[in-house]
Design a protein around this ligand. Structure first.
Ligand code: GLU
Length: 445
C-alpha cells in the first residue's frame, strides 16, 4: 500500500483545459497507469476571482475526451477528500496554527506568514532535471536585505498556492509531483515547508516546456491552445494523446505512431527529456492522419457524422458498405476529420457540388466535345476504373481531345473540386445512375 504510486493533476479552474495542462495530466496519468497506481484530480480553486464551476467542468470534460480517467477527484470522491481546495480550508488553518504554535510562523493582521530561517539547504533532486541547488538565503530580497517570508494564509482566509500544495500533496499521500517546468522555481519554497512541518517529501519531476516553432513559450499566438479547439477542428483524441506524449518522451525505437496501451507499457519517468519540445503542427497533422486512416469505418463515421451534419450534408441514408468504400478512397486525404468531411462531401450528396461549380467556364466547343464523350461513355458504361480510363484515352485519340480536357471538367461536375481521388474511381463509387443525374444537371446528357 505504501509503495503505491499516487500522482495528481491539480488544475486551477480559471480557463479551459489547454495543451500544457493536458500534457501535464497525461504525463501523470501515464505514470499511474504504468505503475498500477492512482491518478488523482485536485481542483486548486483558491483564486476566488478567476475560478468558476464551469471551468472545472470544462477541464473534466477535456480530460474525459482524452480518456484520462481519474481514480479520485471532486466528482468521484476517494479516501483523501475533499478534492477541491476551497473545501479544505480547515486543514490549511490547522497546520498554519501548528506552525504559529511552534513559533515558526507569525501573524500580520489576519495573514499567517512562515518565517524563513537563514542557512537552510532547500535544494531537491528532480527526476528529470537532476539536483537543483537552493539555499534559503537566496530568498532574501537582494535590494532591501530583508528575508521574503512565505505567506501561508492570506488575510482573506485563503491559503497561498505554495502552502496549500504542500498540505494537500502530503495529506493525499502523493508520491510523485509531476508538473510543468515553470514550477521549478516554486519547489524550494515547498521544500522549506515540508521541512518546517517535518514531513517526508514526494519525488519531483518537472516536465520540459512546450515551445512554439519560433522557440517562444506556447501561447495563443501559435494557434489553438485549448483541447476543445482541437476536437472541434477534427483531431482525434488518440492523435492528441499520441502527440502530447511525444512532447518530452518517446517509446523505444523512436516509434512515432502509437496508441495508449503502448505508451502505458513503455512510459518511464527517467526517460523524460529535459530539453524543451516544440509544438509542431505538421507533426500533429501527420499523426492525426495516421490515426484517422487506421480507424475502423464505424468509428470514423461516428466522428465524421457531426461534421457532415454541421455542413448540412445529409448522411443518414448511407450504408456501412458504402461508407467503408468512401473512407478507403479518401485514405490519406484530409489532416483532420473536419477536412475529411469537407473533402468527401460530394460522395454523400450533390448539393455542395452544384454550389461550388456552375460550369460557366466551359466554352461552347468544349461543352460539345464533353457532350459527345458523355453520351458514348454512359452508353458503354465501362465496368472498372481501368476500363473507363482506357475508354477515355481511346475516345480522346479518335476525336483529338486531350485526356485532361475530359477528366478535369468531369471532376469539377462530379466533385466540385479541382483535386480529388482518381475521377474514374469516383465514378465507380458514385455509380452510373448518380453520375448520370449529375451530368444531366450540367446539361451534358
Ligand atoms: N494549480 C497549479 C497550476 O495549475 C498546480 C501546480 C502543481 O501541480 O503543483 O499550475
Amino acid at each position: 500500500m505504501t509503495n503505491e504510486v499516487r500522482v495528481r493533476f491539480a488544475p486551477s479552474p480559471t480557463g479551459a483545459l489547454h495543451i500544457g495542462g493536458a500534457h501535464t495530466a497525461l504525463f501523470n496519468w501515464l505514470w499511474a497507469r504504468h505503475t498500477g497506481g492512482k491518478f488523482i484530480l485536485r481542483i486548486e480553486d483558491t483564486d476566488r476571482v478567476r475560478s468558476t464551476a464551469e471551468y472545472e467542468q470544462t477541464i473534466m470534460d477535456g480530460m474525459r475526451w482524452l480518456d484520462l480517467d481519474w481514480d479520485e477527484g471532486p466528482d468521484v470522491g476517494g479516501d483523501y477528500g475533499p478534492y477541491r481546495q476551497t473545501e479544505r480550508l480547515d486543514l490549511y488553518n490547522k497546520y498554519a496554527q501548528q506552525l504559529l504554535d511552534e513559533g515558526k510562523a507569525y501573524k500580520d493582521g489576519n495573514a499567517i506568514i512562515y518565517k524563513v530561517p537563514l542557512g537552510l539547504d532547500i535544494g531537491f533532486d528532480d527526476e528529470v532535471y537532476g539536483h537543483i541547488d537552493y539555499k534559503s538565503d537566496a530568498l532574501v530580497d537582494g535590494r532591501t536585505g530583508v528575508m521574503k517570508d512565505i505567506v501561508l494564509i492570506k488575510s482573506d482566509g485563503f491559503p497561498t498556492y505554495n502552502y496549500a500544495v504542500v498540505i494537500d500533496d502530503h495529506l493525499m499521500n502523493i508520491t510523485h509531483v509531476i508538473r510543468g517546468e515553470d514550477h521549478i522555481s516554486n519547489t524550494p519554497k515547498q521544500v522549506l515547508l515540508y521541512k518546517a512541518l517535518g514531513w517526508e517529501m514526494p519525488k519531483f519531476a518537472h516536465l520540459p516546456m512546450i515551445l512554439g516553432k519560433d522557440k517562444k513559450k506556447l501561447s495563443k499566438r501559435h494557434g489553438a491552445t485549448s483541447v476543445y479547439e482541437y476536437r472541434d477542428m477534427g483531431y482525434l483524441p488518440s492523435s492528441i494523446f499520441n502527440f502530447l506524449a511525444l512532447l518530452g518522451w518517446a517509446p523505444k525505437g523512436n516509434v512515432e505512431i502509437f496508441d495508449r496501451d503502448l505508451a502505458v507499457k513503455e512510459y518511464q519517468l527517467c526517460d523524460i527529456n529535459r530539453k524543451s519540445s516544440v509544438f509542431d503542427f505538421d507533426k500533429l497533422n501527420y499523426i492525426n492522419q495516421s490515426h484517422i486512416t487506421e480507424m475502423p469505418a464505424e468509428e470514423k463515421f461516428e466522428l465524421i457524422r457531426p461534421f457532415w451534419e454541421g455542413m448540412g450534408v445529409d448522411c443518414s441514408k448511407l450504408s456501412m458498405d458504402y461508407l467503408t468504400k468512401v473512407f478507403a478512397i479518401m485514405a490519406g486525404r484530409g489532416k483532420t476529420i473536419k477536412e475529411l468531411a469537407e473533402f468527401s462531401d460530394y460522395l454523400v450528396t450533390f448539393a455542395p457540388v452544384a454550389a461550388r461549380y456552375d460550369a460557366s467556364d466551359l466554352t461552347e466547343e468544349h461543352r460539345a466535345m464533353l457532350k459527345a464523350f458523355c453520351g458514348e461513355f454512359m452508353a458503354a458504361r465501362p465496368a472498372t476504373p481501368e476500363a473507363m480510363l482506357a475508354f477515355a484515352r481511346e475516345w480522346g485519340e479518335k476525336h483529338d481531345a486531350k485526356l485532361k480536357d475530359i477528366a478535369m471538367p468531369l471532376r469539377w461536375m462530379l466533385t466540385g473540386y479541382k483535386v480529388s481521388p482518381g475521377i474514374f474511381e469516383v465514378i465507380e463509387l458514385l455509380g452510373f445512375d448518380e453520375v448520370t443525374s449529375r451530368l444531366k444537371h450540367y446539361g451534358l446528357l
